[in-house]
Write a protein that binds this ligand. Structure first.
Ligand SMILES: [Zn+2]
Ligand SMILES: [Zn+2]
Ligand SMILES: [Zn+2]
Length: 159
């Protein structure tokens, strides 16, 4: 057995941890009920969610706790802001490359004008800008407005 290989017992234990617990562990976050619940929603939805979406999904938990949970997740590299051009602040699950204070979600976000959902467009990357006409760039957002695939199908079958 090579020294890098883990004993079989440990491998089994890791398998037993749910995706949610694995994520919390990977970002050095203590397990709390609200953290697990919020992460579960992010894993199930596969789209960006706002604080009010989470309030509804979780049966209206304490707002301050929910707010702090989202901010902690953002700080720890679990979720990022999905700017979609609306006045609703939404968050989306990060890719595995994000860590504490270091996000790598330099992708566009697509906003469906039919159902209002916002999705991460992995693979549509933001241009790297240092400065434009003396303007120092701090952050860049790329929003793609259109019709999501679900709505597209629905529209197509109505015709
Ligand atoms: Zn991130
Ligand atoms: Zn849609
Ligand atoms: Zn995203």
């Amino acid at each position: 057995m090579r020294s890098s290989e883990k004993p079989e017992v440990l491998l089994h234990l890791e398998e037993m941890l749910s995706p949610v617990r694995q994520l919390l562990k990977a970002h050095s976050l203590r397990r709390t009920a609200i953290r697990e619940q919020v992460l579960n929603v992010f894993l199930q939805r596969k789209e960006a969610v706002s604080q009010s979406d989470l309030e509804q999904a979780l049966g209206h938990p304490d707002r301050i706790t929910l707010y702090r949970t989202l901010r902690t997740f953002e700080e720890k590299g679990l979720v990022h802001r999905a700017i979609d051009g609306t006045d609703k602040l939404k968050f989306a699950l990060c890719s595995s490359g994000c860590s504490h204070h270091k996000h790598q979600d330099q992708h566009a976000h697509g906003h469906c004008e039919h159902c209002g959902r916002t999705i991460c467009m992995e693979g549509v990357w933001l241009p790297e800008l240092q400065s434009v006409d003396g303007f120092q760039v701090k952050s860049t957002f790329l929003i793609v407005q259109g019709v999501c695939s679900d709505c597209g199908k629905r529209i197509a079958t109505k015709k």
